[in-house]
Design a protein around this ligand. Structure first.
Ligand code: ADP
Ligand code: MG
Length: 273
């Protein structure tokens, strides 16, 4: 074995040992290129370290995306802003995607009817935050409340609260679908109070603010205080119109020229408080 070959193997082992997979992948090819193009030693070292940096950044982002537990992948580039009846402004979403508001601990609320892209946008902004290496957690409001109640019963509430507080961006999806009892409402209230002005939250909801009290067991005082904290430094985006999928279907059927333009009117299923 030539000395060069031995060194090559040693570097591969060192890269593994030092946990530098990016370096391990590129050092040989870059060495060849360096020899051909007569790079200085520092230039070679710089290129190899840059590859390692990129690799670490990529794996940190992958890790953040994994931790976030998005139910499915949705990104901004698949969102059709022209299909929102002008309710969602592309420039505003692009600004939110930059994530300055997360540094400030501000919030975003998407409110509107079913199928109008609220969850899509919430996930997409979460993905952008993860790409900026923020700690993100996606959960349905009912699920996090259930977890909090379970943790309380198991005397592990403090631990869960600390974990939830450590998240830079909490996405609370579907607030309003399932009402909470008094204890559940209080735990959610405590969570949002703890995060207030320090950590960001995205809420998606099908309810108008006036209807939120229904979700919190009719507790006006708690609901007002919670809305106060949530909305104080919040961007509120009200989506509107028909569900995107219905729209797509209607468009297709229109194009085919043989169908009803309007979907059948469904009975209102909203519960009365
Ligand atoms: P909501 O949370 O408001 O009920 P979703 O975000 O779940 O609605 O949207 C329902 C489906 O329609 C999802 O698959 C979503 O990706 C898609 N969708 C909704 N609005 C748009 C849009 N403007 N552009 C692209 N896809 C959309
Ligand atoms: Mg949704």
């Amino acid at each position: 074995m030539s000395r060069a070959a031995v060194t090559k193997d040693l570097v591969a082992i060192q890269a593994r040992d030092l946990k530098m997979p990016g370096l391990g992948r590129v050092y040989e090819a870059l060495a060849r290129q360096a020899r051909e193009e007569h790079w200085g030693f520092e230039d070679y070292l710089h290129e190899v370290l840059s590859a390692e940096q990129t690799s670490r950044r990529d794996s940190a982002v992958r890790h953040r995306l994994h931790e976030a537990r998005f139910p499915e992948m949705k990104t901004l580039d698949t969102f059709d802003f022209t299909a929102t009846d002008g309710a969602v402004n592309a420039a505003q979403i692009a600004e939110l995607a930059r994530g300055e508001w997360i540094k400030r601990g501000d919030n975003v609320i998407f409110a509107g009817p079913i199928g109008t892209g609220k969850t899509h946008l919430a996930i997409a902004l979460g993905v952008e935050a993860a790409r900026h290496r923020r700690r993100v957690l996606f959960t349905r409001a009912a699920d996090v409340v259930r977890s909090l109640l379970e943790a309380r019963d198991a005397r592990e509430l403090g631990r869960l609260q600390r974990r939830l507080h450590a998240v830079d961006l909490l996405v609370l999806d579907e607030l309003g679908f399932v009402p909470f009892d008094r204890h559940g409402g209080e735990l959610l209230f405590n969570l949002l109070t703890e995060r207030y002005e320090r950590r960001s939250t995205i809420v998606t909801t099908n309810l108008a603010f006036g209807e939120w009290v229904k979700v919190f067991a009719g507790d006006e005082k708690l609901t007002t205080a919670l809305l106060d904290r949530l909305a104080h430094h919040a961007t509120v985006i009200a989506t509107k119109g028909k569900s995107y999928r219905m729209r797509k279907r209607a468009n297709k059927e229109d194009a085919a020229g043989d169908a009803i333009a309007e979907p059948p009117v469904l009975p209102k299923t909203a519960r009365k408080a």
